[in-house]
Structures are given as C-alpha cells and as structure tokens.
Ligand binder design. Structure first.
Ligand code: DOR
Ligand code: ZN
Ligand code: ZN
Length: 393
C-alpha cells in the first residue's frame, strides 16, 4: 500500500522544506522532489505536513471511570488533536500496578487501531506509597512508571523505585508535589519535590522525567540538572504556557506571569524536552465539586501554535521537536521525523486557519476546558497513522 503526499510544506525538528513524501507499508519510504511513485495521491497544497504528535501525559480513565473518558473516546480525541501515540497515567481504578491492567488497556486500544497507546505503571503498588516490588514483574514493553495525581512522599521509597527503574531501563515520571505542603503552598510543594527527585536521580543515575513543570524555581532546578548532565528531562503543558493568574482548578495550579514567561524562555533556549497535555477529563459534576484538571488533546496544537509560533516567534520546527521528536525519544519510538525509515505517522495542519474552541464539539467525553470560546490559529485537518487516516476534518 502506497500513499504519495504532494505539494505540501514539510516541517520536522530539523527544519522546513518543500518536497513530496512517499509512504509504503506504514513507513516513510522516500522524501524528495519528483519522486516516481504510484499508489494513492494526496494533494496537500496549502497545508503543512508534520510528524504526528506524541503525548507523554494523558488520563483516559479506563478502567474505572468510564463516565469521564474511555479508551475509545480518548483515542478519538487524540487522533482529532493530531496525535498517533499517547502515554496513559496509572490513576485508574484499579490503579495500574500490574501487567494484567497494562494488557487490558493495550488490547482495547489495539483493537481500535487509532493511536499507539503506552501505559504507565504506578511507582508504588496501588499508590500505597510504600511497595515497589511489583516493578520487578514488569516486562520490557513497559517503559515509564508514574504516580501521577499524587506525589511519592518518601525519598527512600522513590530511591528504591529508581534503583529498580535503572536496572530495568525504565524512566520515572515525577508529578512533583509534596502532598503535606501543597494544601497550603503548592509552589513550595512543587519546588521541593522537584529538587528532591532531581537529586535522587542524579545521585542514583536513574532516568527522571519531570511532568508539567510550572514554576520558575522548578524549571531552574531542571536546567541545573541538565547543565550537570544528569539524566533528567521535562515537559510543560499548553495550559501553563497560555494562562497565568487565573484560578481554573488544575494540578499544578496556573501560576503567575513571571512563571509563564520563564517557561517560554526555557522553551526558546532548548531546555524543554516535550509539551504534554495532561489531558484530564472529568464529569461536569466532579468538576463542580473541585476535581482538578482539563481536557487538552484537541486544543494543544492550536494553543501552542498561537502562543509560541504566532506570539513568540518560535519556529514551527522547534514546536515539532516539542510535540513529536522530543516525546518520541523519551518513549523510545521511531517517530517524530519526516525521514525514510520512520513511522508514517503524520499530521496535516492548516497554519492560517483561525478557529474558536467549542467544548461541545470535542470527541473527548470531557467538557472541562478553560479554553472555551478562545480564538486560536492553526488547526489539525488530518491525522495519518502508519499510512492510514485516523482523523479527517
Ligand atoms: O490536574 C490534574 N488532574 N493533575 C493531576 O495530577 C491529576 C489529574 C487527574 O487525574 O485528574
Ligand atoms: Zn500530575
Ligand atoms: Zn496528569
């Protein structure tokens, strides 16, 4: 099966250029001008072709909270947002602490075939804050562990988990929150947990990825670690890049303009490895009762294009690194570049399109978004996974 994409502007982390792209058997077979190709032709004139996006941080609520989201609605939301791979957090019911739950999620996603779904296993068993022996039972298909939704409170427990993670080649994802301190000072709670986890990783040589970094001080700690060549990576979210000084409920909270500006500075200076959505759907009732989080998959590209490319002059190539190649490297995937041999996971975007966010139109079950009614520029019009269209406007 061949697909021949013509007349598009191509953009990946290496730059932007005009060429045709040939897809064969789910892979990019050739990129260049005047390709002698057969198969189906797709005229992409006026559009930009990028590697599809990879989200390191999503909550699909399956098993356990299907009223909020399930694998199918989560995957449809991801495809609509331009994503072909996502990594799901373990705060489901039951908490994902075993290969059995991992397999349940994966098999459900594979049947749909819309998105490559990776599933995190919890750092402690059932989020008990103590037990890490369940990590020994993970096979090599699990790449990331995370307690997201909760902080790992004991440094000793985190150290034990990191030692196992190092032996098994796992990366620890940190939702950096000191949960005794966060009820009264969430800034200090993030800063102190970040410093602790970074020092543990640095001392043990374990790979650590900081989720949703949101303060100046936490980002400075990540930068310090990177300068010391510690095995530390980080993500920021679209909502922490867009909003400041508002009280929409999300963890970590929306911060000040100084924090927001510093995150953008860190992006511009190459210190950020990925933009991740922290897609966290809730029912209207749970949201009313104070559940933290927002749905992010379907607005991520428009938000990032508008704030970073339009308003701050970031190159689209740099944004591509953050949405695709960077997270793909952390997950160890052959995705994120428009080069022969890479997976034919592509997104076609209309850079000039202006649109208004309407939660009622989301494919996600979640309607909890602070972006309702916001005008954005840049829209996903088609998503292709392994050469097959998984979303088309
Ligand atoms: O806002 C958040 N929502 N932060 C988290 O860490 C968890 C997430 C959720 O699961 O709803
Ligand atoms: Zn989190
Ligand atoms: Zn999360």
């Amino acid at each position: 099966m061949e697909l021949w994409i013509q007349n598009a502007k191509l953009v990946d982390e290496t730059g932007e250029w005009f060429a045709d792209l040939l897809i064969r058997d789910g892979k990019i077979a050739a990129v260049g001008q005047g390709l002698a190709a057969g198969g189906e032709a797709l005229d992409a004139a006026g559009l930009t072709v990028m590697p599809a996006f990879v989200d390191l941080h999503c909550h699909f609520r399956d098993p356990g909270y299907l009223q909020k989201e399930d694998i199918e609605t989560g995957c449809r939301a991801a495809a609509k947002g331009g994503y072909t791979a996502v990594n799901l957090m373990a705060n489901t019911n039951p908490v994902c602490s075993s290969m059995e739950t991992v397999r349940y999620v994966r098999e459900k996603a594979q049947k749909l075939g819309l998105v490559e779904v990776h599933q995190c296993v919890s750092v402690t068993e059932g989020f008990d804050g103590k037990t890490v022996s369940h990590l020994q039972a993970l096979d090599e298909t699990v790449k990331l562990i995370s307690e997201d939704g909760k902080g790992v409170m004991s440094n000793h427990v985190m150290a034990q988990a990191m030692k196992i993670a190092k032996e098994k080649g796992l990366t620890v994802l940190s939702h950096a929150e000191d949960m005794e301190i966060s009820p009264y000072d969430y800034r200090l709670a993030e800063n102190i947990a970040t410093i602790q986890h970074v020092h543990l990783a640095q001392s043990l040589g374990a790979r650590l990825h900081l989720c949703h970094v949101s303060t100046v001080e936490a980002m400075q700690e990540v930068i310090r670690a990177k300068i010391c060549k510690a095995p530390v990576t980080c993500e920021v979210t679209p909502h922490h890049l867009w909003f400041y000084d508002t009280d929409y409920r999300v963890n970590p909270p929306i911060r000040t303009k100084k924090d927001r500006d510093y995150l953008i500075w860190a992006i511009e200076n190459g210190y950020v490895d990925a933009i991740a959505t922290d897609h966290a759907p809730h029912t209207p009732e749970d949201k009313k009762n104070g559940a933290p989080g927002l749905v992010g998959l379907e607005t991520a590209f428009g938000v990032c294009y508008t704030i970073l490319v339009r308003e701050h002059g970031l190159s689209l190539a740099a944004l591509s690194r953050l949405l695709s190649a960077g997270p793909a490297r952390i997950l160890g995937l052959k995705k994120g570049r428009l080069q022969p041999g890479y997976d034919a996971d592509l997104v076609l975007v209309d850079e000039s399109r202006e649109w208004t966010v309407r939660a009622a139109e989301f494919a996600s079950k979640g309607r909890n978004t602070p972006f309702e009614g916001v005008h954005l520029q840049g829209k996903v019009v088609r998503t292709i996974k392994g050469g097959k269209t998984t979303y088309q406007e």
